[in-house]
Design a protein. Structure first.
Length: 181
Protein backbone atom coordinates (compact mmCIF):
# COMPACT_ATOMS: atom_id res chain seq x y z
CA UNK A 1 0.00 0.00 0.00
CA UNK A 2 1.05 3.56 -0.65
CA UNK A 3 -0.35 7.09 -0.63
CA UNK A 4 0.29 9.52 -3.47
CA UNK A 5 -0.85 13.11 -2.84
CA UNK A 6 -1.00 16.30 -4.85
CA UNK A 7 -1.31 19.47 -2.74
CA UNK A 8 -2.03 22.80 -4.37
CA UNK A 9 -1.56 25.80 -2.10
CA UNK A 10 -2.26 29.48 -2.75
CA UNK A 11 -0.77 32.24 -0.61
CA UNK A 12 -1.92 35.86 -0.84
CA UNK A 13 0.28 38.64 0.51
CA UNK A 14 0.06 42.40 -0.15
CA UNK A 15 -1.77 41.94 -3.44
CA UNK A 16 0.56 39.22 -4.74
CA UNK A 17 -0.21 35.54 -5.23
CA UNK A 18 2.11 32.60 -4.68
CA UNK A 19 1.27 29.08 -5.84
CA UNK A 20 2.85 25.83 -4.63
CA UNK A 21 2.08 22.47 -6.20
CA UNK A 22 3.54 19.69 -4.07
CA UNK A 23 3.78 16.02 -5.03
CA UNK A 24 3.98 13.70 -2.03
CA UNK A 25 4.60 9.96 -1.88
CA UNK A 26 4.00 8.18 1.44
CA UNK A 27 4.12 11.49 3.36
CA UNK A 28 7.39 12.57 1.73
CA UNK A 29 7.38 15.47 -0.72
CA UNK A 30 9.49 14.58 -3.73
CA UNK A 31 8.87 17.34 -6.29
CA UNK A 32 7.23 20.78 -6.29
CA UNK A 33 6.36 23.71 -8.48
CA UNK A 34 6.80 27.11 -6.81
CA UNK A 35 5.48 30.10 -8.75
CA UNK A 36 8.16 32.29 -7.15
CA UNK A 37 10.80 30.03 -8.78
CA UNK A 38 8.87 29.45 -12.02
CA UNK A 39 9.82 25.82 -12.53
CA UNK A 40 9.64 22.38 -10.95
CA UNK A 41 12.29 21.47 -8.39
CA UNK A 42 13.14 18.03 -7.07
CA UNK A 43 12.88 17.86 -3.31
CA UNK A 44 14.36 14.33 -3.20
CA UNK A 45 16.13 12.09 -5.74
CA UNK A 46 12.77 10.44 -6.46
CA UNK A 47 11.55 13.77 -7.86
CA UNK A 48 14.49 14.50 -10.16
CA UNK A 49 13.14 12.66 -13.27
CA UNK A 50 9.69 14.27 -12.94
CA UNK A 51 11.15 17.77 -12.45
CA UNK A 52 13.47 17.39 -15.44
CA UNK A 53 10.67 16.10 -17.67
CA UNK A 54 8.08 18.71 -16.67
CA UNK A 55 10.61 21.55 -16.99
CA UNK A 56 11.36 20.39 -20.57
CA UNK A 57 7.67 20.75 -21.54
CA UNK A 58 6.93 24.41 -22.39
CA UNK A 59 3.14 23.92 -22.34
CA UNK A 60 3.24 22.41 -18.83
CA UNK A 61 5.43 25.24 -17.52
CA UNK A 62 3.20 27.91 -19.10
CA UNK A 63 0.13 26.31 -17.52
CA UNK A 64 1.76 26.15 -14.07
CA UNK A 65 3.02 29.73 -14.30
CA UNK A 66 -0.53 30.94 -15.07
CA UNK A 67 -2.08 29.33 -11.97
CA UNK A 68 -1.47 32.24 -9.53
CA UNK A 69 -3.60 34.57 -11.67
CA UNK A 70 -6.05 32.02 -13.03
CA UNK A 71 -6.81 30.03 -9.87
CA UNK A 72 -5.31 31.70 -6.79
CA UNK A 73 -6.39 35.27 -7.50
CA UNK A 74 -9.81 34.09 -8.73
CA UNK A 75 -10.48 32.04 -5.57
CA UNK A 76 -9.13 34.80 -3.34
CA UNK A 77 -11.58 37.29 -4.84
CA UNK A 78 -14.48 34.83 -4.42
CA UNK A 79 -13.59 34.07 -0.80
CA UNK A 80 -12.66 37.61 0.21
CA UNK A 81 -16.23 38.67 1.08
CA UNK A 82 -16.78 35.54 3.16
CA UNK A 83 -13.48 35.61 5.04
CA UNK A 84 -11.43 38.80 4.88
CA UNK A 85 -14.30 41.29 4.82
CA UNK A 86 -16.52 39.35 7.22
CA UNK A 87 -17.24 41.17 10.50
CA UNK A 88 -19.38 39.95 13.40
CA UNK A 89 -19.81 42.22 16.42
CA UNK A 90 -19.01 40.77 19.85
CA UNK A 91 -21.55 40.34 22.61
CA UNK A 92 -20.22 41.39 26.03
CA UNK A 93 -21.42 40.22 29.44
CA UNK A 94 -19.90 41.00 32.87
CA UNK A 95 -20.57 38.94 35.99
CA UNK A 96 -18.77 37.83 39.16
CA UNK A 97 -17.42 34.29 39.08
CA UNK A 98 -19.20 33.52 42.35
CA UNK A 99 -22.08 35.12 44.16
CA UNK A 100 -21.12 36.43 47.57
CA UNK A 101 -21.28 39.40 49.89
CA UNK A 102 -19.69 42.68 48.84
CA UNK A 103 -16.10 43.33 50.03
CA UNK A 104 -14.96 39.72 49.55
CA UNK A 105 -12.20 38.79 47.12
CA UNK A 106 -13.68 37.65 43.82
CA UNK A 107 -13.12 37.38 40.09
CA UNK A 108 -15.09 39.61 37.77
CA UNK A 109 -15.53 37.91 34.39
CA UNK A 110 -15.91 39.72 31.08
CA UNK A 111 -17.30 37.12 28.68
CA UNK A 112 -16.93 38.29 25.07
CA UNK A 113 -18.69 36.01 22.59
CA UNK A 114 -19.64 35.44 18.97
CA UNK A 115 -17.16 37.78 17.24
CA UNK A 116 -15.20 37.57 13.99
CA UNK A 117 -12.37 38.00 13.11
CA UNK A 118 -10.48 36.73 16.13
CA UNK A 119 -8.31 39.77 16.82
CA UNK A 120 -9.78 41.62 19.83
CA UNK A 121 -8.71 43.83 22.74
CA UNK A 122 -10.42 43.50 26.13
CA UNK A 123 -9.45 45.84 28.98
CA UNK A 124 -10.63 46.36 32.56
CA UNK A 125 -11.16 49.73 34.28
CA UNK A 126 -11.84 50.55 37.94
CA UNK A 127 -13.47 53.94 38.44
CA UNK A 128 -12.16 55.07 35.03
CA UNK A 129 -8.54 53.93 35.56
CA UNK A 130 -7.21 50.97 33.58
CA UNK A 131 -6.43 47.87 35.66
CA UNK A 132 -3.57 45.66 34.48
CA UNK A 133 -2.61 43.82 37.67
CA UNK A 134 -4.76 40.82 38.43
CA UNK A 135 -6.06 40.47 34.87
CA UNK A 136 -6.15 36.90 33.54
CA UNK A 137 -7.38 35.83 30.12
CA UNK A 138 -8.22 32.57 28.43
CA UNK A 139 -6.79 31.91 25.01
CA UNK A 140 -9.06 32.69 22.10
CA UNK A 141 -11.74 29.98 21.87
CA UNK A 142 -13.08 28.89 18.47
CA UNK A 143 -16.83 28.28 18.53
CA UNK A 144 -16.78 26.12 15.39
CA UNK A 145 -19.08 28.46 13.45
CA UNK A 146 -16.42 30.99 12.34
CA UNK A 147 -16.86 33.01 15.54
CA UNK A 148 -14.73 33.26 18.66
CA UNK A 149 -15.08 33.90 22.36
CA UNK A 150 -12.76 34.87 25.19
CA UNK A 151 -12.99 35.27 28.96
CA UNK A 152 -11.01 38.07 30.59
CA UNK A 153 -11.08 38.03 34.38
CA UNK A 154 -10.14 40.66 36.93
CA UNK A 155 -9.20 39.80 40.51
CA UNK A 156 -10.98 42.31 42.70
CA UNK A 157 -12.30 43.10 46.14
CA UNK A 158 -15.30 45.35 45.53
CA UNK A 159 -15.90 48.39 47.68
CA UNK A 160 -19.11 50.38 47.97
CA UNK A 161 -19.31 52.85 45.05
CA UNK A 162 -16.66 51.15 42.86
CA UNK A 163 -17.49 50.96 39.16
CA UNK A 164 -15.79 48.19 37.17
CA UNK A 165 -15.87 48.50 33.39
CA UNK A 166 -15.00 45.96 30.73
CA UNK A 167 -14.03 47.67 27.46
CA UNK A 168 -13.93 45.76 24.17
CA UNK A 169 -12.35 46.98 20.93
CA UNK A 170 -12.91 45.04 17.71
CA UNK A 171 -12.74 45.78 13.97
CA UNK A 172 -16.50 45.21 13.64
CA UNK A 173 -17.22 48.09 16.05
CA UNK A 174 -17.23 51.80 15.22
CA UNK A 175 -16.32 52.57 18.84
CA UNK A 176 -15.44 50.45 21.89
CA UNK A 177 -18.20 48.62 23.75
CA UNK A 178 -18.20 49.15 27.51
CA UNK A 179 -20.15 47.18 30.10
CA UNK A 180 -20.20 48.35 33.72
CA UNK A 181 -20.61 46.34 36.90
Amino acid sequence: NYVHQLRQECYAFNGTQRFLERYIYNREEFVRFDSDVGEFRAVTELGRPAAEYWNSQKDILEEERAVPDRMCRHNYELDEAVTLQRRVQPRVNVSPSKKGPLQHHNLLVCHVTDFYPGSIQVRWFLNGQEETAGVVSTNLIRNGDWTFQILVMLEMTPQQGDVYTCQVEHTSLDSPVTVEW
